[in-house]
Design a protein around this ligand. Structure first.
Ligand SMILES: [Zn+2]
Length: 166
C-alpha cells in the first residue's frame, strides 16, 4: 500500500490503513529507521519470518525504484556514449593545481578539448552529480537491461524530478 501525506514540518501520523496493511498495528512499539530520503517504520521486535518478509519487501521496493528509473531513462538506441562507457572515468588532479585554480578539493571536475589540440581544459563542473556518483549496481542493471546511461546522466546533471511527478 502506498499513501501520500502532506509534510507539515512537525509530526507525521501513520494512518490506520497503513498500520493495518503493514501489520504494524499489532506492534506495541514501532522502530523508525532513517535512510537518505526515506524513513522505514518497522516492528521493534520480529520473529525470523517477519524479519525475512520485511527484508524481502525492502528488496522489492528497491527493485521497483530502479525499474522506475530505468523506465524513465528508456532503452539505449546504440548511442556512442553508452558504447564507450568503459572508457569513462573520474578526473583527478593534484591538490596544488586545484588550489592554484581556486577550485575546492572536493569539487566535481569536467574536461573538454579541441580535437588534436594537445590541450585539455579541466574546470569545476557547474552540476552536483554525474554518472561517477552512481553506485556500480545501478550501472550494472542498466547495462544488462540495455537502458541508456546517457539519459541517466542527463537527468543527474539537470537534477530532473524522476519520481512522483505524474
Ligand atoms: Zn545510450
Amino acid at each position: 500500500m502506498k499513501m501520500i501525506k502532506k509534510n507539515t514540518g512537525t509530526t507525521i501520523d501513520l494512518p490506520i490503513e497503513i498500520l493495518k496493511a503493514s501489520d504494524l498495528i499489532s506492534s506495541s512499539e514501532i522502530e523508525l529507521n532513517t535512510i537518505e530520503n526515506a524513513v522505514v517504520a518497522m516492528k521493534k521486535t520480529m520473529n525470523a519470518m517477519e524479519l525475512i518478509r520485511l527484508a524481502e519487501g525492502l528488496k522489492n521496493l528497491s527493485e521497483d525504484l530502479i525499474v522506475h528509473l530505468a523506465e524513465v531513462c528508456g532503452g539505449c538506441q546504440d548511442c556512442s556514449y553508452c558504447q564507450g562507457l568503459e572508457e569513462y572515468d573520474e578526473i583527478f588532479l593534484p591538490d596544488y593545481l586545484l588550489e592554484e585554480a581556486g577550485i575546492p578539493k572536493d569539487a566535481k571536475l569536467c574536461a573538454c578539448t579541441l580535437e588534436d589540440s594537445g590541450e585539455i581544459l579541466v574546470m569545476q563542473a557547474d552540476y552536483s552529480y554525474d554518472i561517477a556518483d552512481v553506485p556500480q549496481f545501478v550501472i550494472d542493471i542498466f547495462e544488462i537491461s540495455g537502458i541508456c546511461i546517457k539519459e541517466l546522466e542527463e537527468r543527474l546533471i539537470m537534477e530532473d524530478i524522476v519520481y512522483g511527478d505524474e
